[in-house]
Design a protein around this ligand. Sequence first.
Ligand code: NI
Length: 164
Amino acid sequence: MLEILTLGNDVLRKKCATVAAFDKKLEDLVIAMIDTMHIGDGIGLAGPQVGVEKRIFVCHVPDDEPRVFINPEIIGTSQEISPYEEGCLSIPGVYSEVMRPRAVTIQAWSLKGRPFKMEADGIIARVIQHEIDHLRGILFIDHLPEKKRLRLVSQYEKRQSKKK
Ligand code: NI
Protein backbone atom coordinates (compact mmCIF):
# COMPACT_ATOMS: atom_id res chain seq x y z
CA MET A 1 0.00 0.00 0.00
CA LEU A 2 1.15 3.52 -0.82
CA GLU A 3 1.22 6.26 1.77
CA ILE A 4 -1.65 8.72 1.33
CA LEU A 5 -0.61 12.34 1.80
CA THR A 6 -2.99 14.50 3.79
CA LEU A 7 -4.06 18.14 3.94
CA GLY A 8 -1.09 20.41 4.59
CA ASN A 9 1.31 18.43 2.39
CA ASP A 10 2.62 20.67 -0.44
CA VAL A 11 2.43 17.92 -3.04
CA LEU A 12 -1.37 18.13 -2.88
CA ARG A 13 -1.09 21.70 -4.15
CA LYS A 14 1.19 21.00 -7.13
CA LYS A 15 0.22 21.13 -10.76
CA CYS A 16 0.91 17.68 -12.19
CA ALA A 17 2.99 16.82 -15.25
CA THR A 18 1.75 14.95 -18.31
CA VAL A 19 2.51 11.23 -18.34
CA ALA A 20 4.85 10.47 -21.27
CA ALA A 21 5.94 6.87 -20.69
CA PHE A 22 3.37 4.08 -20.75
CA ASP A 23 5.65 1.44 -19.28
CA LYS A 24 5.82 -1.26 -16.62
CA LYS A 25 6.55 1.35 -13.97
CA LEU A 26 3.28 3.12 -14.76
CA GLU A 27 1.41 -0.18 -14.68
CA ASP A 28 2.88 -1.03 -11.25
CA LEU A 29 1.94 2.42 -9.96
CA VAL A 30 -1.66 2.02 -11.16
CA ILE A 31 -1.99 -1.39 -9.50
CA ALA A 32 -0.63 0.03 -6.24
CA MET A 33 -2.98 3.03 -6.50
CA ILE A 34 -6.02 0.79 -7.01
CA ASP A 35 -5.02 -1.35 -4.02
CA THR A 36 -4.45 1.74 -1.89
CA MET A 37 -7.83 3.18 -2.91
CA HIS A 38 -9.57 -0.10 -2.03
CA ILE A 39 -7.81 -0.45 1.33
CA GLY A 40 -8.68 3.16 2.16
CA ASP A 41 -12.30 2.48 1.20
CA GLY A 42 -12.20 5.32 -1.31
CA ILE A 43 -13.85 5.60 -4.73
CA GLY A 44 -11.09 7.65 -6.33
CA LEU A 45 -7.38 8.37 -5.89
CA ALA A 46 -5.14 10.78 -7.79
CA GLY A 47 -1.36 10.75 -8.32
CA PRO A 48 -0.45 13.63 -6.00
CA GLN A 49 -2.31 11.94 -3.14
CA VAL A 50 0.37 9.26 -3.19
CA GLY A 51 3.21 11.69 -3.90
CA VAL A 52 3.23 11.23 -7.67
CA GLU A 53 3.02 14.61 -9.42
CA LYS A 54 1.64 13.15 -12.65
CA ARG A 55 -1.67 13.44 -14.46
CA ILE A 56 -3.12 10.12 -13.41
CA PHE A 57 -6.03 8.93 -11.33
CA VAL A 58 -7.96 5.74 -10.60
CA CYS A 59 -11.56 5.33 -9.56
CA HIS A 60 -13.94 2.56 -8.58
CA VAL A 61 -17.56 3.47 -8.00
CA PRO A 62 -20.31 1.02 -6.96
CA ASP A 63 -21.54 -1.32 -9.71
CA ASP A 64 -18.54 -0.56 -11.88
CA GLU A 65 -15.00 -1.86 -12.31
CA PRO A 66 -11.78 -0.08 -11.33
CA ARG A 67 -10.88 2.47 -14.00
CA VAL A 68 -7.66 4.27 -14.88
CA PHE A 69 -7.40 7.71 -16.46
CA ILE A 70 -4.09 9.07 -17.73
CA ASN A 71 -3.66 12.68 -18.88
CA PRO A 72 -7.41 13.29 -18.51
CA GLU A 73 -9.09 16.46 -19.75
CA ILE A 74 -12.69 17.55 -19.35
CA ILE A 75 -13.92 18.46 -22.84
CA GLY A 76 -17.58 19.07 -22.04
CA THR A 77 -19.85 19.66 -19.07
CA SER A 78 -23.62 19.61 -18.61
CA GLN A 79 -25.47 22.85 -18.05
CA GLU A 80 -27.12 21.27 -15.07
CA ILE A 81 -25.29 21.66 -11.75
CA SER A 82 -26.04 19.24 -8.95
CA PRO A 83 -25.11 18.82 -5.28
CA TYR A 84 -23.24 15.78 -4.01
CA GLU A 85 -21.59 15.02 -0.69
CA GLU A 86 -17.84 14.72 -1.23
CA GLY A 87 -15.02 13.44 0.91
CA CYS A 88 -11.36 12.81 0.18
CA LEU A 89 -8.79 10.24 1.32
CA SER A 90 -6.42 13.17 1.85
CA ILE A 91 -8.84 14.91 4.25
CA PRO A 92 -10.19 11.87 6.09
CA GLY A 93 -13.31 12.12 8.21
CA VAL A 94 -14.86 15.29 6.83
CA TYR A 95 -17.53 15.59 4.15
CA SER A 96 -19.40 18.38 2.51
CA GLU A 97 -21.88 18.95 -0.25
CA VAL A 98 -20.23 20.42 -3.36
CA MET A 99 -22.00 21.79 -6.46
CA ARG A 100 -20.62 20.66 -9.82
CA PRO A 101 -21.89 19.89 -13.32
CA ARG A 102 -24.04 16.75 -13.25
CA ALA A 103 -22.36 15.19 -16.31
CA VAL A 104 -19.03 15.53 -18.08
CA THR A 105 -17.34 14.34 -21.24
CA ILE A 106 -13.69 13.53 -20.82
CA GLN A 107 -10.79 12.55 -22.96
CA ALA A 108 -7.96 10.49 -21.50
CA TRP A 109 -5.41 7.79 -22.25
CA SER A 110 -5.61 4.16 -21.19
CA LEU A 111 -2.82 2.32 -19.39
CA LYS A 112 -1.86 0.88 -22.79
CA GLY A 113 -1.39 4.39 -24.16
CA ARG A 114 -4.60 4.49 -26.20
CA PRO A 115 -6.73 7.64 -26.24
CA PHE A 116 -10.42 7.33 -25.38
CA LYS A 117 -13.44 9.53 -24.79
CA MET A 118 -16.05 8.92 -22.13
CA GLU A 119 -19.37 10.45 -21.21
CA ALA A 120 -20.02 10.25 -17.49
CA ASP A 121 -23.06 11.01 -15.41
CA GLY A 122 -23.90 10.65 -11.72
CA ILE A 123 -21.33 9.41 -9.18
CA ILE A 124 -18.59 8.67 -11.68
CA ALA A 125 -18.90 12.15 -13.21
CA ARG A 126 -18.50 13.51 -9.71
CA VAL A 127 -15.41 11.41 -8.95
CA ILE A 128 -13.83 12.33 -12.29
CA GLN A 129 -14.21 16.05 -11.57
CA HIS A 130 -12.91 15.70 -8.02
CA GLU A 131 -9.86 13.70 -9.18
CA ILE A 132 -9.04 15.99 -12.12
CA ASP A 133 -9.06 18.86 -9.62
CA HIS A 134 -6.36 17.01 -7.65
CA LEU A 135 -4.14 17.06 -10.74
CA ARG A 136 -4.25 20.89 -10.61
CA GLY A 137 -3.66 21.11 -6.88
CA ILE A 138 -7.32 21.75 -6.09
CA LEU A 139 -9.16 20.06 -3.20
CA PHE A 140 -12.92 19.72 -2.80
CA ILE A 141 -12.88 22.13 0.15
CA ASP A 142 -11.64 24.87 -2.21
CA HIS A 143 -15.09 24.88 -3.82
CA LEU A 144 -16.81 25.78 -0.55
CA PRO A 145 -17.60 29.26 0.74
CA GLU A 146 -14.77 30.45 3.01
CA LYS A 147 -16.69 30.14 6.28
CA LYS A 148 -17.73 26.59 5.53
CA ARG A 149 -14.22 25.68 4.41
CA LEU A 150 -12.60 27.03 7.57
CA ARG A 151 -15.12 25.18 9.71
CA LEU A 152 -14.40 21.94 7.90
CA VAL A 153 -10.63 22.40 8.20
CA SER A 154 -10.84 23.03 11.94
CA GLN A 155 -13.12 20.01 12.31
CA TYR A 156 -10.50 17.97 10.42
CA GLU A 157 -7.63 19.31 12.54
CA LYS A 158 -9.49 18.48 15.74
CA ARG A 159 -10.02 14.92 14.53
CA GLN A 160 -6.34 14.60 13.64
CA SER A 161 -5.10 15.89 17.00
CA LYS A 162 -7.37 13.44 18.81
CA LYS A 163 -5.80 10.59 16.87
CA LYS A 164 -2.28 11.46 18.07
NI1 NI B 1 -9.74 13.59 -3.14
